[in-house]
Design a protein around this ligand. Structure first.
Ligand SMILES: [Zn+2]
Length: 119
């Protein structure tokens, strides 16, 4: 995949992530910040992240939580260099599709097949 496209996608994913986290009001976000700073000591950064995620997801609707998970997973796939491939057939997902839905993990063919199964 074109690096410029990938950079754009990472930006979009991070923006979307921020958008979702913005739905948590300021007061609650302060609580989360406190929990975070109390836990970020020495080598327990991972624990802090877990606590943070837990605190955040408790305050999101199921739909927002699901979307957040998809976004986090997409960012993880980018890190692992497996981003942009369909998890079903292994073909590359169209760039246009990824730009529209950066967290997409299936190509359009597999996605529509999945949707047909659902309905
Ligand atoms: Zn596919």
């Amino acid at each position: 995949m074109n690096k410029k496209v990938l950079v754009k996608i990472v930006e979009k994913l991070n923006d979307d992530k921020k958008e979702i986290l913005k739905t948590i009001d300021l007061e609650e976000r302060n609580d989360i910040a406190i929990v975070e700073s109390e836990n970020v000591t020495g080598d327990i950064v991972d624990t802090a992240n877990t606590v943070y995620e837990l605190q955040v997801t408790n305050r999101l609707s199921e739909k927002e939580q699901e979307r957040l998970n998809e976004i986090v997973n997409a960012l993880k796939r980018i890190e692992e260099n497996v981003y942009g491939r369909c998890v079903d057939c292994g073909n590359e997902i169209e760039e246009k599709r990824l730009l529209a839905i950066p967290e997409a993990k299936k190509c359009i063919v597999c996605k529509s097949a999945e949707e047909k199964r659902k309905f």
